[in-house]
Design a protein around this ligand. Structure first.
Ligand code: ADE
Length: 268
């Protein structure tokens, strides 16, 4: 996959993309990431990328010219209509708090593309013509306002890259994160989140079995496979009930699940 990032802070990306799975994917050529400095596409001596908003108001707005010209310099990009229709396996994404919220199913969808371009917004906004005529979608990484799109772009690169086949050593571990247990939750419904089978993950432990007096649940050390499976399912249900009760409304719970959930409820 080819990934281009358009930003006024190119140095920001020294670091986030240089570790772990993303680094390895770049080194092995599974992902090619290119960072483009929008200031290189300005024409005045101050390299101005922003201006005051028409109609007045607080703050500055990123100008359209550097963004359009940077994108036009990339080469190989399909017209917007083909990106919107899906006939081109490419997407130009504007990072913005007004975008569709990123979740695991959107990440999975993006990981099937051949090319993505990430436009990092800054200041109080980006000229709307970028979203209307250049980008084919707007994506937010969560319901909070960041000072710019750079963190969002790094998040998208990370979550999408690890879904490219071959990027993660143990492919079962990424497959497990999707909704394989609950096919009804696949696709782009609101249920998509980074969970296993529609629930939050169960707790994990490793050695030592006794760490400063803090133990490991007995069932994991001495239990049989069936007991461990039930314990993990119940723990996942309990954690989901505690931290993300909204998820429980979206999945079909089996009879065993309902019984485990009842047990979890009565223990808390
Ligand atoms: N820019 C500012 N806030 C953002 C968010 N939540 N997601 C993506 N880009 C942003």
């Amino acid at each position: 996959m080819k990934i281009d990032i358009l930003t006024i802070f190119p140095d920001f990306f020294r670091g986030p993309l240089d570790y772990g799975i993303v680094r390895r994917a770049r080194e092995t050529g599974l992902a090619e990431v290119n960072i483009h400095d929008l200031r290189n596409f300005t024409k005045d001596k101050h390299r101005t990328v922003d201006d005051r908003p028409f109609g007045g108001g607080e703050g500055m707005v990123l100008k359209p010219e550097p963004i359009f010209e940077c994108l036009e310099s990339l080469g190989g990009l399909a017209p917007r209509a083909e990106r919107v229709s899906g006939s081109a396996r490419q997407s130009v994404i504007l990072l913005s708090p007004q975008g569709r919220r990123l979740d695991q199913s959107l990440a999975a969808e993006l990981s099937t593309l051949e090319r993505i371009v990430l436009i990092c917004g800054r200041y109080e906004g980006v000229d709307e013509r970028v979203g209307e005529h250049l980008a084919d979608r707007e994506v937010s990484i969560g319901d909070y306002v960041l000072s710019g799109g750079e963190l969002g772009a790094a998040v998208i690169v990370d979550t999408v890259t690890r879904l490219i086949p071959g990027a993660v050593g143990n492919e079962a571990s990424t497959r497990q994160e999707s909704f394989t247990d609950h096919p009804e939750l696949r696709g782009d419904g609101p249920s998509s989140t980074c969970v296993s089978g529609g629930l939050l993950d169960y707790p994990h432990y490793t050695r030592p079995a006794d760490f400063r007096g803090m133990g490991v649940p007995e069932v994991l050390v001495n239990g049989n496979h069936e007991d461990i499976r039930r314990w993990r399912r119940k723990s996942a249900l309990a954690k989901t009930l505690r931290n993300r009760p909204d998820l429980l409304e979206r999945i079909a719970l089996s009879e065993e699940d309902q019984q485990l959930l009842e047990e979890a409820r009565s223990q808390h």
